[in-house]
Write a protein that binds this ligand. Sequence first.
Ligand code: ADP
Ligand code: ZN
Ligand code: ZN
Length: 804
Amino acid sequence: MPVATAAADDGRVMAAPGDIVDVVVNAGQPARHAFSYSVPLGMTLQPGQAVFVPFGAKVLQGIVLGPAGETPESGLRDIAAIADERVLLDPAHVALARWMSATYLAPLWECVSTCLPAGFGQRPVTMVTPVDVPPLLPVDRTDQRILAYLAEHGRTALDVLREAAGTVTIARLSRLQEQGMLTVAQGLARPRGHERFERRIALAGGPAEARAAVERLRAANPRSIEARLLEALADAGEITLTGARELGVTPRHVARLVAEALVEERAVQVDRDPIAGRSFASRGTPVLSPEQAAAANVVGARDGTTLLHGVTGSGKTEVYITLVQETLEAGRGAIILVPEISLTPQAIRRYGERFGTTIAVIHSGLSDGELYDTWFRVHEGRARVVLGSRSALFAPVNDLGLIVIDEEHEPSYKQSDPQPRYHARAAAEELARMTGARVVLGSATPDITTFHRAERGEIGYAVLEQRLAPAPGGGFTEAVLPQVQIVDMREELKAGNRHVFSRALVRAAGAALRSGEQVLLFVNRRGSARFILCRDCGNVAECPSCGTPMSLQADDGELPRTVCHNCGRTRRLDATCPRCGSTRYRPFGAGTQRIEMEARRAFPHARVARWDSQTAARKGAHDALVRGLEERSIDVVVGTQVLAKGLDLAGLTVVGVVDADVGLNLPMYSAPERTFQLVSQVIGRAGRRDRQGIAIIQTYSPEAPALQAAATGDYRAFFEHELPHRRRAGYPPFARLARLTFHHPDEEHGLEEASRVGTELRARRDAAGRAEPEVLGPSPAYIRRLRGEYRWQLLLRGHAPARL
Ligand code: ADP
Ligand code: ZN
Ligand code: ZN
């Protein structure tokens, strides 16, 4: 079989008639492989082009990946048609999609689709079409309803017809088709993503000709609408239909002028750009501090990945900007990823001021139209710098030279739903390998695994230890880190303080508020698991078999039970603390609403605002809140982890971590790490300018290493404490975890299925004579019930769990 040989101008392989190519098909099946097709006579193709292919009885969309990998069997079908002349995917993205599919066991189409413009996928639909001559009305009621609907609405998609006419079976439609009453055909739904065109009216000739016509029309009718339109056009050249309507112009007027060849109608493609119309004050490249310059050099001197480890406020962003600048000067493009929630207008402004309109912004809050147009702006090289959240990694930047992942430790870089379930950091490194780009992972509190890699020399390491602030006259000045105090809440109880705020916090916050400064109260709320805490001795109920904090089981029967989310073990909740016998041994954790209420009570003169996932759900809420804080119309903000990032407020001097224990006692191995990161981030918000910040951490376990290290800002101390634990317990970076989640409306059924799969996996592992991966569970998922379904999980732990 001839395999593609000719090369296109850019060195890309072309496929010609007779060649066999691999096509990934949007078939709605979880296939992890492509399908082979032959290229018909008269067609030449390039890998990365969109095509239509026959698939079973349907014609579906697909993307050509390249020459067929294996010598395929005979009887191959031809590609039906080319869907788009443009080459949508370059070889690097084709390879990235294949890598994701293999690594994350995800359907190949879904992986390819993440690299395509938004809303590109077309669903197959069944279309029902009426016949021209209306048939005699049938006797059957349902038949009548179907035909009546079709007669009125014309060609209709089957699901629409079903909504209108009740149960419409394929068998019924086939019968009606045989009787010559309608036709049924397969088609593809219109893609959600497409260009938008705007109708405009323009002069057909020159302005002089138009003005002459204005005179003529006015002579006949001084209030001529046509004259008014021509006059506007003589000034502006062209005008939108909406603009014309505002002048009182109707389609009749336009038609008359078109007939006289004075104007013409045009459809102009509009670029839907979320930052269009934003003008940025342009700023030059920053003058870096010696430490920043050294860090930038470390990154520049090394291929591959470098960790940029810089304390909060050390000016990592300025280093990124310098690196992007260098990348652009070398003629290459860049991608900057930030956690979704830190993609605030301030962040966009910081990059916009340096790179102007060559930046493209991509995040999940944009419309399909905006995403679609932005994708093509990047694809065509009109934008060279992409700034966005997780999914921006897949933007088709030409000649990619740099990928920055800011706050690389953030969990939001992991996509857990929908497919493909990937980690943007791993995918970025893979993409960089294929494009020769550099990767910079920036964080004040790197992921344990990332830091471990840097320690072993697998990736580069650059460090920023000095906190900076912009100097009033330009440039930078050194800034101080906040003073941190850990408050033992058991002592508060003993002293008779039963409030959620310690005396130290009330004192510090009160003083700040009196001098017109702002206070942030951080409440850690994630999911619904509530752990059991003794208020007198700080004891936490732990799983006897694996040491994970036990959670209160949601269905509270007569005797409350606790459950381990790690291994699934359940236990009756003790009535008193097994360690000290106290009766104050109960579930712990208050919601943000409750803390907000307490804050209003404690600081009656302060203007208090709440920021959590509930208040954040409203569009524009984040911006409004940040504005309120900047303009000082908010004195106290009570919020969850969404507040921990990105805020750079001059007036914020006191940060209180209200319930540090909640994070520490989450039922997952990464709980201490996550708590260390969150607490470090959130206390880093205090005193970012000239004033000394104060941070107060309230806890029942003041000796916890995660809190101690966060308080002293000692990353290494935390790392050195945590790593041996991970090694002993067999958690990352010493093993990999894979979680299988089972969800079903019936709780028992989900559990049975999870148990069955668990047993099967263990049996297969044993049959292969392997000791790993370990199969843990089934246990209730951390979020036990979601969208009306119960969720159970199995955890696989080992060096390559995906293999099993
Ligand atoms: P990080 O991203 O590490 O938390 P930022 O990049 O936000 O830190 O920097 C902290 C503050 O210091 C910001 O207000 C930033 O504008 C300022 N800054 C950092 N480096 C410089 C510099 N070289 N020149 C002027 N201002 C700087
Ligand atoms: Zn106790
Ligand atoms: Zn357990």
